[in-house]
Design a protein around this ligand. Structure first.
Ligand code: G
Ligand code: G
Ligand code: MN
Ligand code: NA
Length: 253
């Protein structure tokens, strides 16, 4: 209770900030886009990852307003960076509360309009691990979002309950292979099999695919060998403040 109020105050006091982590081509290593990741500049505790507060926040109505700010801020940033990299794309994680707000589709449409961002420049990430998928309204919402033209990615793919049958009905455009499978991909046969299976699945369902948590050249080699086109992880860059991201990835060396 008290912590939720603290989060609401933090939002009013503009203590939230978006960091950006690059997503790159596995083959050319060119930057294709970035995932926007929320950080809290807490005056007492320093910079906090949402890992420490996401479970408290995600289902609360106030998460919806924060999520709408995240959407607008990420769209603003992407439209600015597209002046340098015209194909640049931003991925935004959604809170569960945004699905229940009744405003998800209109807030996405408005964020795109406000910054004249084409819908293909925005991807929304949803996690498999939610009860939302038993709900018919969720499917309708996802279809409406896809009709806007934005991408829809399954985050942490492989760890949740999103069974294969969901892939038949859900209008998902990309799978994000969870980093727990990527970690030992070059040494563990079972992890390698899971990663290959997700790549194969994406191809046969007409979806795109990206590997998360790529930290080593060996992992990257495996992805190239197995036809995974994009990767995200410390090998390419950590989540960075936007000014730092810009210096590292959008300015000529
Ligand atoms: O960036 P980091 O790995 O610390 O994030 C921890 C968790 O918080 C991850 O599961 C990530 O998906 C989630 N997360 C990070 N930023 C956002 C955000 O802007 N919105 C939502 N809904 N989740 C986020
Ligand atoms: O759940 P989601 O995938 O949205 O969470 C992204 C989180 O994963 C970010 O908070 C980021 O800090 C973390 N992350 C990103 N790349 C790597 C990586 O290469 N290794 C590890 N261990 N964590 C990573
Ligand atoms: Mn994510
Ligand atoms: Na993930």
């Amino acid at each position: 209770r008290a912590f939720e109020k603290e989060l609401r105050d933090a939002f009013e006091n503009r203590e939230f900030e978006l960091f950006y982590q690059p997503q790159a081509s596995t083959v050319t290593r060119a930057i294709k886009g970035a995932e926007a990741l929320l950080r809290w500049n807490n005056p007492e505790r320093g910079l906090l990852s949402p890992a420490s507060f996401i479970t408290v926040l995600s289902r609360k109505p106030s998460a919806s307003r924060i999520g709408e700010w995240i959407l607008r801020e990420a769209c603003r940033q992407a439209s600015q960076w597209r002046r340098v990299l015209p194909e640049f794309r931003v991925s935004v994680n959604l809170f569960e509360a945004q699905f229940r707000s009744g405003r998800l589709v209109s807030s996405v449409r408005e964020a795109l309009q406000e910054y004249a961002l084409p819908p293909e420049a925005l991807e929304l990430e949803i996690v498999e691990t939610t009860s939302l998928y038993n709900d018919n309204r969720t499917l309708k919402l996802l279809r409406d979002l896809r009709h806007l033209g934005v991408g829809l990615a399954f985050d942490d793919y492989g760890t949740g309950y999103a069974s294969l049958s969901l892939l038949k009905s859900f209008p998902i455009s990309r799978l994000k292979i969870d980093r727990s499978f990527v970690r030992s991909v070059s040494t563990d046969r079972e992890d390698a099999a899971v990663v290959k299976a997700v790549i194969y699945l994406s191809r046969n369902f007409g979806m795109e695919v990206i590997a998360e948590g790529v930290e080593t050249e060996e992992q990257l080699d495996f992805l190239v060998q197995n036809g995974c086109p994009e990767a995200q992880g410390y090998l390419f860059g950590r989540p960075l403040r936007s000014a730092v991201f810009e210096k590292a990835f959008l300015e000529p060396a």
